[in-house]
Structures are given as structure tokens and as C-alpha cells.
Design a protein around this ligand. Structure first.
Ligand SMILES: *[C@@H]1O[C@H](CO)[C@@H](O)[C@H](O)[C@H]1NC(C)=O
Ligand SMILES: *[C@@H]1O[C@H](CO)[C@@H](O)[C@H](O)[C@H]1NC(C)=O
Length: 250
């Protein structure tokens, strides 16, 4: 009888342990992230503006997740596109945006000699929304025969959250946190949790005109012709003048 009771107790303990474990596992889906992002490329020409409209969950019982949090984006810029570090510094100082480059950039280089770079962009979540923007510039491409356009693709950013407490721990994703700047006005770094989102817009495509070397040959040939014809004409004029002078002297 005692032995039988022991087995029952053991099994009950096992069951309780199992149930506790199950509840623990199911709490990983406790935070139903429902984030939507619209990414657009504004303006025309070589200087443009990437904007991000981010909407966090609208369901009232999920709002607590985002309250007073910061949103962080890591945007990869392809080699044909850059953000100007001096411009970003000014915008940070004037509290217009919070942005920094991961790697230094040489803004003079043509696209062929450049590398892709990452930009960190952060902002506050206010009323379940955040609107961020980033000024970007196209690099010149080396001229090629036939000219044409160079296609730059700006993909979707990676999205992160940083909240004033440990609440995101409750969301249970145990992916390692990323560490990068909190905002543009402080050197301090924050721990950021990567958060999934739904992209509402297509990958940004930015076509940039490429110089045509054929035009250079045409221009060079035309210039040379003009110089040669002009010089011959001048020589002829000088020669005639001299001949006339000699005739007058005779
Ligand atoms: C970029 O777009 C945002 C949102 O429309 C705007 O607030 C910002 O001033 C624009 N920046 C530039 C440099 O055009
Ligand atoms: C920038 O981040 C630091 C570190 O978290 C914080 O102390 C400071 O208040 C922030 N500044 C602004 C303007 O948000």
C-alpha cells in the first residue's frame, strides 16, 4: 500500500512538473508581436529620403509591450547609396533624427569602389507608432559604353525594441540581444531585442543614371576637330596676312 502511494505521488509530481513546463513554453507566445512597417523613398534625383512608418499593435491588451519603449532599426545601404556622417551629426545635434553609421564612409568614392554599410536609426514609440526617416545619397557610377542606369535595391530594415524594464523577457524569445546606440545624443549603448514585423511595402528600387563613354568619345572627337580646323584657319589667315604685307612692301 505504501509502495503504491509512493508511485501515485511520484506520478503526480511528474505531471505537475510537466504541466509547469508546458505553461512555461506556451508563455513564449505570450507577446503576440504585431508590428507593421511601411518603407518609402521620397524625393527625386541623387538626394532622397527613406521614411519608415511603424505601427505597433493596436489591440489594447497588447499595448503594454510597447509603452515607453524605443524602436531601433538597422538599415543596410547597398554600395551605391550612402548616408553622409556630417549630415547625420547635424541632424542628431538638432534633435531631428537619431542615426549613426556602423562603419566609416568615404562619400567621394564611386559605387564601384565602395562597400555596403549599415545605419542605426532609433526613435521613441509614441501612442503605438513611430515615424523615422533617413536622408540618403546616391553614389556616382563609372561611365560605361552605352550608359544606362544602375539599380540600387534598399531592402527592409531589421527591427528592434528597447524597453525601460525587463518586460520583453516575458516574451520568452531567448535570442541574444543586440547592442548598439540608444539615441544620437549619447554615446551610451542599449540592449535591443529583435522583433518580427510585417512589411507592407515592396523593396525600394532606386535607379541612378550612369554616364555614357560613347558620348565622351563623340565629345572628344568633336573637340579635336574644332581645334584642328580652327588652327588651320588661323594659320591660313596669318599666312595670307604675311603674303599681303610682303606684296605691299614690294
Ligand atoms: C523626410 O521625410 C520626413 C517625413 O515626411 C520629413 O519629416 C523630413 O523632413 C524629410 N527630410 C528631408 C531631408 O527631406
Ligand atoms: C539618450 O540615451 C541616454 C541613455 O539611455 C539617455 O540618458 C538620454 O536621456 C537619451 N537622450 C534623449 C534625448 O533621448
Amino acid at each position: 500500500m505504501i509502495k503504491y502511494n509512493n508511485i501515485v505521488i511520484k506520478n503526480t509530481l511528474l505531471l505537475v512538473a510537466f504541466l509547469t513546463f508546458s505553461i512555461g513554453v506556451s508563455s513564449t507566445s505570450f507577446c503576440k508581436f504585431n508590428v507593421k512597417v511601411k518603407q518609402t523613398l521620397k524625393n527625386e534625383g541623387f538626394h532622397r529620403n527613406i521614411t519608415y512608418g511603424i505601427v505597433f499593435d493596436s489591440e489594447p491588451d497588447q499595448r503594454w509591450i510597447y509603452k515607453d519603449c524605443l524602436v531601433g532599426l538597422i538599415q543596410e545601404l547597398p554600395e551605391g547609396v550612402f548616408a553622409n556622417p556630417d549630415e547625420l551629426s547635424d541632424l542628431n545635434r538638432n534633435k531631428k533624427i537619431n542615426a549613426a553609421l556602423k562603419n566609416p564612409v568615404n562619400i567621394e568614392l564611386p559605387a564601384e569602389s565602395s562597400n555596403a554599410n549599415n545605419v542605426y536609426l532609433t526613435g521613441k514609440v509614441i501612442d503605438g507608432k513611430a515615424n523615422l526617416w533617413l536622408p540618403v545619397h546616391a553614389r556616382y557610377h563609372q561611365a560605361v559604353a552605352g550608359g544606362g542606369v544602375a539599380r540600387n535595391e534598399i531592402g527592409p530594415p531589421t527591427l528592434f525594441l528597447h524597453c525601460p524594464d525587463e518586460r520583453l523577457e516575458a516574451c520568452g524569445t531567448n535570442k541574444p540581444l543586440s547592442i548598439f546606440m540608444c539615441n544620437g545624443s549619447s554615446r551610451e549603448n542599449c540592449k535591443w531585442k529583435k522583433v518580427p514585423y510585417t512589411m507592407l511595402t515592396d523593396t525600394l528600387i532606386w535607379n541612378v543614371p550612369v554616364g555614357n563613354t560613347d558620348h565622351y568619345y563623340l565629345v572628344a572627337t568633336a573637340t579635336a576637330t574644332v581645334i584642328v580646323v580652327g588652327s588651320l584657319y588661323l594659320l591660313k589667315a596669318i599666312h595670307e596676312y604675311k603674303v599681303n604685307m610682303r606684296k605691299k612692301k614690294l
